[in-house]
Design a protein around this ligand. Structure first.
Ligand code: HEM
Length: 416
């Protein structure tokens, strides 16, 4: 007989059950193995950082590089990390893959074009797009809110903002659909869609240079800092990363957010009452809470240790990949009171849903605008919106970085 307590076994990660509800596994990791080494589905070994304090610190640690050349096993060269099809050198120059001083220069330039003011002026257009999409299904009494609402809204919005002409926007919708489904379709796979989108953007930038307008691409071309401009390649990489970073994330914020509201009727009615009274405060804190409670970015994008270091007492070797698990950090009871409770009025909410530090989401004002407009319009125009599927039957996408539903079937009283 021995009274030895068996060593706790880590939960299975990256299974279908895990995709449906990763939060119990993350609670286990936070408690027993807060900086946890694991093999990812691609075979690459990485550290998962799950506690809030460690996560926040890691996101701002300059010894953790975003440049995949620092990976000891060269996973990027083998296509195991990063955006599919982005291995050619010109695609590497986007913000999420680079460190200071290059990052500082590019971020300053793009920030001059992609300003909060530009986003605020775009609000009426987002409202128009939202209403048009709801018009498309309101009379039917049923819809799949991912395909008919959460997915098209961000893609049309970012196309409009960038200045992609309306007649080309459906091509973007197709390419984006292929990228988001991570699969091959009749017109090629993810890498091919990435390539087509990039080629289109390069061409568009070239055309716009001859006749600059008010759009964001013209803004990127015009932006200068101490006489420096973006090169055509840099502008194309920037337009691409704005699209890439900005659409699946926003799709998932609208999708996960709607789903969370449908599953929490008390919170949902509280929001609907506030909207009826014309009180927008709960909508603003509510969207932040939805980002914390079930945010679109489950794991922040890759980081690589440039030298040996420790995170939360765990030694990390030079060249090791580190993934900060935003979804786990944002449910840490050491930081959030009642972390598993959805509370739209939560006021002490420094969530990491948009990241932290120098790579903090550049598109946060646009994402907030889209999510606030989408959710408020949807729940106002369709007050009796209901889930039309058993939650156990809903499928979540299995991607590593993002968390989002494949479909969200709903029913409601038809709009006359
Ligand atoms: C960076 C989340 C929407 C553009 C990030 C990061 C997160 C994030 C977590 C940091 C990644 C890291 O440090 O590894 C989100 C969420 C969104 C959203 C949750 C929607 C709800 C958008 C939109 C755009 C955008 C709409 C642009 C149109 C970017 C860019 C970066 C970034 C360019 C890189 C910034 C840098 O490296 O300096 N985002 N994002 N995002 N996001 Fe977003």
């Amino acid at each position: 007989m021995t009274d030895q307590v068996p060593a706790p076994r880590p939960p299975s990660l990256f299974t279908w059950e895990f995709a449906a509800d990763p939060y119990p596994a993350y609670a286990w990791l936070r408690e027993h193995s807060p900086v946890h080494r694991t093999a990812l589905p691609s075979g690459v070994e990485a550290w998962l950082v799950t506690r809030y304090a460690d996560a926040r610190q890691a996101l701002a640690d300059s010894r953790l590089s975003k440049n995949p050349v620092h990976h000891s096993e060269g996973a990027h060269a083998k296509g195991k990390v990063g955006i599919p099809g982005e291995r050619s050198a010109d695609l590497m120059t986007h913000l999420l893959n680079i460190d200071p001083p290059d990052h500082t220069r590019l971020r300053r330039l793009v920030s001059k074009a992609f300003t909060p003011r530009r986003v605020a002026e775009f609000a009426p257009r987002v409202q128009e797009l939202t209403d048009r999409l709801i018009d498309g299904f309101a009379a039917r009494g049923e819809a799949d809110l991912i395909h008919e609402f959460a997915f098209p809204l961000p893609i049309y919005a970012i196309c409009d903002l960038l200045g992609v002409p309306p007649e080309d926007q459906d091509d973007f919708r197709d390419w984006a659909g292929m990228m988001i489904r991570h699969e091959r379709g009749p017109r090629g796979g993810v890498a091919r869609s990435v390539k087509r989108m990039r080629a289109y953007l390069a061409e568009l930038i070239h055309r716009k240079r001859a006749a600059l307008g008010d759009d964001l691409i013209s803004g990127l071309i015009r932006a200068s800092d101490h006489g420096e401009h973006l090169t055509e390649n840099e502008a194309a990489a920037m337009a691409f990363i704005l699209l890439f970073a900005g659409f699946e994330t926003t799709v998932n914020l609208i999708g996960n957010g709607t789903y969370a509201l449908l599953r929490h009727p008390v919170q949902r009615h509280r929001l609907q009452d506030a909207l009826r009274r014309g009180d927008g405060d709960l909508l603003a804190t509510g969207v932040e809470e939805l980002l914390r409670y079930d945010g679109p970015v489950e794991l922040a994008t890759w980081r690589f240790a440039t030298e040996p270091l420790t995170i939360g007492g765990q030694a990390i070797g030079a060249g090791d990949p580190v993934l900060v698990v935003l979804a786990a950090a944002d449910r840490d009871p050491q930081r959030f009171a009642g972390p598993d409770t959805l509370d739209l009025a939560r006021s002490d909410n420094p969530h990491l849903g948009f990241g932290h530090g120098i790579h903090y989401c550049l598109g946060a004002p646009l994402a907030r605008l889209e999510a606030q407009t989408a959710l408020s319009t949807l729940f106002t125009r369709i007050p009796d919106l209901q889930l039309a599927a058993n939650p156990d039957e809903l499928r979540w996408r299995g991607g590593l970085i993002m968390r989002g539903l494949r479909t969200l079937p709903v029913r409601f009283t038809r709009e006359e």
